[in-house]
Design a protein around this ligand. Structure first.
Ligand SMILES: Nc1nc2c(ncn2[C@@H]2O[C@H](COP(=O)(O)OP(=O)(O)OP(=O)(O)O)[C@@H](O)[C@H]2O)c(=O)[nH]1
Ligand SMILES: [Mg+2]
Length: 392
């Protein structure tokens, strides 16, 4: 038996870089690829500006339907920063998520199909809703109206899913006429339920499915099944009201729907902040009365909406946040580091990050009996600091 320290984890990880190819969607390997959020919205609402702010990528203004921008954002994590003050590691590594920026949705549904391809592969969607006035930048639907734009874009996604659903129903019905198969019958029942919801303009993310149904739906990559983050892109004159924006635009009902979140954001201010150093941006934020950066809030909201949490590893070589799905066991979480550690898992030493920080190190936390020895079925909590014991 040996206790794995952070240095070994990093080496193992570097020796066998993770594949970026899509993996089978089983719970165990789900998190070993980057989780992806697709940015959508009407034309000229600030999608690419948001993409630039999130990923700090320098991309040109417009992405075309066939040329999506793809970039990675670091998930801000104050816990890792604070722990690094104690462990003074050579390296800090944050969790990451991916964003994809596609062209604006058009009225012509045919033209949209190319934009929608990269979105199908996304794990969640972020819909940028324009609420900033800018006479130099037209807004085709007319005067600003958040709810109207949300309903229209959702309808576009609903119609796309409905088309796909109807096509598959037709195919399954044909096959069933030739030969009765219980698996096809189950699929037909499920698809009919989806069609019914879509026909009543309800996105599939609002439906509850059993795990086996969920599995059946995975292959369809329905757009309205993906968790949805509505990003309200405010004008800078509204930033003082940022905490009351959801009520101001009567979006409370929307915000309370399942697998849905609403985050107000001021693209113009955030774009300026992203050009500044830490001290300057803190000064600018306080001038606007902002408690935290919108960029950080948005990335964290994306992370949560994807159902992700982070556990941490701390040592002299590296303090690191690792991504797992909420509800994963200690043994499954070990697989985020390396499949061998998962396979040969014995036990996990677990301590809450804040207890570790207050104690000032593992030895001190052990003395206070704050480090628990957990087995493979332990459900990992967000912010757990873990040392895996493994054989092999
Ligand atoms: N005033 C103001 N202007 C903005 C804001 N966000 C974007 N713009 C301007 O709006 C225009 C379009 O911004 P983009 O980020 O390219 O919008 P987009 O949604 O990616 O546009 P398409 O990809 O062409 O659909 C640019 O001229 C931006 O400078 C904002 O928050 N406030
Ligand atoms: Mg764009």
């Amino acid at each position: 038996m040996k206790i794995l320290i952070a240095a070994e984890m990093t080496e193992v990880d570097q020796l066998r870089p993770r594949s970026t190819a899509p993996l089978a969607p089983t719970a165990l390997c789900y998190y070993r690829r980057l989780m992806k959020t697709g940015i959508i919205g009407l034309p000229l609402v600030g999608k690419t500006s948001l993409f630039r702010i999130l990923t700090k990528a320098r991309v040109e203004a417009r992405s075309t339907p066939n040329q999506a921008h793809v970039g990675i954002a670091r998930v801000p994590d104050a816990r890792v920063v604070k722990l690094a003050e104690v462990f003074k590691p050579k390296k800090i590594t944050y969790a990451t998520i991916e964003y994809v920026d596609v062209g604006g949705l058009q009225k012509d549904r045919e033209k949209n199909s190319a934009s929608l391809v990269p979105l199908r592969e996304a794990d969640a969607l972020a819909h940028v809703v324009r609420l900033f006035e800018n006479p130099a930048v037209p807004h085709e639907p007319g005067p600003l109206d958040a709810l109207r734009d949300i309903v229209n874009v959702d309808l576009e996604l609903i119609l796309t899913d409905l088309e796909q659903c109807a096509k598959r129903i037709e195919r399954v019905e044909k096959d069933l006429k030739k030969k009765k198969e219980s698996i096809l019958e189950a699929e037909l029942t499920l698809l009919n339920r989806c069609r019914e919801a879509l026909e009543s303009e309800m996105p599939l993310r609002e439906l509850e499915f059993k795990p086996e149904e969920e599995k059946m739906l995975t292959g369809f990559m329905f757009l309205t099944r993906k968790p949805m983050l509505y990003v309200l892109n405010l004008g800078d004159d509204e930033v003082a009201d940022i905490d009351r924006i959801v009520e101001k635009y009567h979006l409370e009902k929307l915000a309370s729907k399942p697998r849905t979140a609403v985050v107000p954001f001021c693209g113009k201010i955030e774009a300026e902040l992203s050009e500044l150093n830490d001290a300057e941006s803190a000064e600018m934020m306080s001038a606007y009365g902002l408690a935290e950066s919108g960029r950080d809030r948005l990335i964290q909201a994306s992370y949560r909406l994807l159902g992700l949490i982070s556990f941490l590893t701390c040592g002299e070589p590296e303090c690191r946040a690792w991504t797992i799905k909420r509800g994963m066991t200690a043994q499954e979480a070990a697989g985020a580091i390396h499949s061998d550690i998962q396979k040969n898992f014995i036990k996990a030493d677990v301590v809450n990050w804040e207890d570790l920080l207050k104690a000032g190190g593992f030895a001190q936390a052990r003395e206070k009996a704050q480090v628990r020895l957990e087995g493979k079925e332990y459900i990992v909590q967000d912010g757990d600091v873990i040392l895996f014991r493994h054989g092999g």
